[in-house]
Design a protein around this ligand. Structure first.
Ligand code: PXL
Length: 430
């Protein structure tokens, strides 16, 4: 997938274009860039801004638009009216999601847009927005209203919606009992998204938030799911921020378990002819916290990886407790081999078993014909089977399989420390 980030260059790589390249690479997305302005800044001071000329802006846009399939666009710093109008001219005809992050001022105090350009920003950029992501300060500047009990977040968001943005999120609206809320206005819906507050001054959190929103939207998530993911990702990036320069810390996007598993699921679905390895009961791919006590501490897909013709589709979201069967298999293995934290189930094929044997992978199996009656009638078949398979083992499994039973589909489960190692094993055996 390709995303286009339009914004300013920040030489300290805390925000702007450089931050987007970092974020999207970690999410396994190719980040195309169109630079609107060059800033001179670091973690303490904001120096000069030099907007680029209309000519080079147009040449960047044309170069990118004529070559790549662009799945989504993020607009950050736009700086002046000439840039705004040029962007509008080139983007108005594109029918792809656009996330607008209306940046006005940097954390270090630099102006990211000329005051006189705000009118054109409202006229030309806001109507392009599938979603606009102002923080409280930016929402107040755009609407010339202070958020209070009369000018509620809803009133302010509605005013921005009337400017032409389809969906609005105003971040950092309410801070109460160590919680922080974002107000969301969709076409016919309004709600708050609330999470723990994190009081750590940093650079780049707004950029990570809007980039994460766009990532989720291009992955077909709805607005609420996209914003929930963005909030969590931003929180983790602030928590993980690092003091690299002499001034304030730079946000650092953590490769959370969720992102690692998302990337591996993505890689799995792209394997050539992988649909041939999806069993009738479909596939789940799981990744556990360390030493999980139950399947609630194991991340899995709430639906499954399903086959639709020759295509493979991820149905559902990543949630803790999202998988029952594969997660139970992993939990059982993890109790004996705590380093094994990831697993996937694939279709049982004689070819696959032959390759596994040739490769001398550590393989165990169990026979569902030997299942005791109490297990067959409602007990945990998988737990029983896996326990049995590894009972006398001395090495952690790469593979555990069973050949099925009357009316029960045979199955192969691949185990590893992390999802990317699971993928490496899959590539060897299919
Ligand atoms: O985070 C907003 C932002 C966006 N773009 C550039 C910036 C900043 C903040 O400093 O410098 C180029």
């Amino acid at each position: 997938m390709n995303i286009l980030s339009i914004g300013g260059s920040d030489p300290s790589s805390g925000a702007g274009i450089q931050s987007d390249i970092k974020v999207f690479s970690k999410l396994d997305i190719h980040c195309l860039t169109v630079i609107t302005a060059i800033t001179g800044q670091n973690t303490s001071n904001f120096g000069m801004v030099e907007p680029v000329s209309k000519n080079i802006l147009e040449n960047q846009l044309e170069s990118i638009i004529t070559d790549f399939k662009i799945d989504g666009i993020k607009i950050g710093m736009v700086y002046n009216s000439e840039i705004i109008k040029t962007l509008y001219h080139h983007l108005k005809k594109l029918k792809i999601p656009i996330v607008v992050d209306p940046v006005i001022k940097s954390t270090t105090g630099g102006m990211l847009i000329e005051k006189a350009a705000i009118i054109d920003f409202k006229k030309f950029i806001i109507p392009l927005a599938t979603i606009i992501t102002p923080n409280k300060f930016e929402a107040e500047i755009l609407t010339k209203m202070k958020i209070n009990s009369i000018n509620t977040p809803e009133k302010i968001a509605k005013k921005i919606q009337r400017m032409g943005a389809k969906n609005i999120v105003i971040t950092g609206i309410k801070i109460k009992n160590k919680k922080i809320s974002d107000f969301v206005l969709e076409k016919n819906k309004k709600y708050y998204i609330t999470d723990k507050e994190i009081s750590k001054i940093n650079r780049g959190s707004g950029c990570i938030h809007s980039a994460s929103v766009l990532y989720s939207i291009v992955k077909n998530k709805n607005i609420r799911k996209a914003l929930e993911f963005a909030k969590k990702n931003t929180f983790n990036s602030i928590k993980n921020s690092k003091k690299i320069g002499k001034g304030i810390a730079i946000t650092n996007m953590e490769e959370s378990n969720e992102i690692k598993l998302l990337n591996s699921i993505n890689e799995f679905t792209k394997i050539k002819n992988i649909y041939k390895n999806i069993p009738e009961c479909q596939t789940n791919f799981v990744y556990s916290k360390q030493k999980p006590k139950s399947i609630k501490e194991i991340l899995g897909i709430s639906g499954r990886i399903v086959k639709s013709g020759e295509e493979v589709i991820v149905a559902g979201d990543l949630v803790y407790g999202g998988s029952k069967h594969v997660a139970t298999a992993l939990l059982t293995v993890n109790k004996k081999y705590s380093k094994i934290q990831s697993a996937i189930n694939i279709k049982y094929k004689n070819d696959t078993i032959s390759k596994i044997k040739k490769l001398k992978l550590t393989t165990y199996d169990y026979d569902r014909n030997h299942e005791p009656k109490n297990v067959k009638n409602g007990g945990s078949t998988i737990e029983w089977g896996i326990k049995n398979a590894i009972k006398n083992s001395t090495k952690p499994p790469d593979i555990i399989y069973h050949k099925g039973d009357f009316g029960k589909e045979p199955m192969i489960i691949v185990f590893a420390e992390t999802p990317d190692i699971v993928i490496k094993k899959i590539l060897k055996i299919i």
